[in-house]
Design a protein around this ligand. Structure first.
Ligand SMILES: [Zn+2]
Ligand SMILES: [Zn+2]
Length: 216
């Protein structure tokens, strides 16, 4: 596994290009700047096996339709977020109009405990609602890597005051992440990468686990 990080859009989302076997890759959270993402694909001779969406906020998916035009592949997203991904409410003026609906898309509805394999890489789905109702984390156990979206950041967690957000659910989701191996590398939706052990030691929200979650 090789991971390339592109910081895209006004909200500085980490779009990850996850390269596996035979120059095939996964694109996680194509938030904006489709041209920059496509330039990277071309420069490295990559073929897209699938698109992975940690959640459907516009800053994480606004390049999806443009990429699909040239690099068709299945799109993996929890159905609870897919339901509103391209709606007029999913907007943050003036930076993000609502994302363009792809003309054709093969949607993979994600749910808890599923295991998928693309580009020779196996990953499991952990449902982590709280930041949005259909947020998921992608865990690659053979590589000790987790992509946490906006659920967990280095030193912080995602906001829960947007539609569908729920701080108690976020607390329960963090509890699920806390049982992964300590050495798990965490690639977040925004900001630097971290490790689970580092977050357990220093992240205020992880230190509250398992007690006190209900008051989060
Ligand atoms: Zn978000
Ligand atoms: Zn975000």
């Amino acid at each position: 596994m090789r991971i390339e990080t592109l910081v895209v859009g006004e909200f500085q989302v980490n779009c990850y290009i996850i390269v596996g076997d035979d120059n095939h890759c996964l694109i996680l959270d194509p938030g904006k700047d489709a041209d920059a993402i496509q330039d990277s694909l071309s420069a490295n001779g990559l073929t897209v096996s699938a698109y992975l969406l940690t959640h459907a906020h516009m800053d994480h998916i606004s390049a999806l339709a443009d990429l699909l035009d040239n690099h068709p592949a299945p799109v993996a997203c929890h159905h609870a977020d897919w339901a509103w991904a391209f709606s007029s409410e999913n907007t943050m003026p003036p930076f993000y109009p609502s994302p363009r609906q792809p003309e054709f898309v093969e949607h993979r509805a994600l749910s808890e405990g599923q295991a998928w394999r693309d580009a020779g890489l196996m990953y499991q789905i952990i449902e982590t609602p709280g930041h949005s109702i259909g947020s998921v984390c992608f865990h690659f156990p053979e590589n000790n890597v987790l992509f946490s979206g906006d659920t967990l950041f280095a030193g912080s967690v995602g906001r829960t005051d947007l539609p569908g957000g729920d701080s108690r659910q976020l607390g329960a989701s963090l509890e699920k992440l806390a049982v992964l191996p300590d050495e798990t590398a965490i690639y977040c939706g925004h900001g630097p990468e971290t490790t689970l052990s580092q977050e357990k030691k220093t992240n205020f929200f992880m230190q509250r686990l398992p007690a006190g979650l209900s008051s989060l």
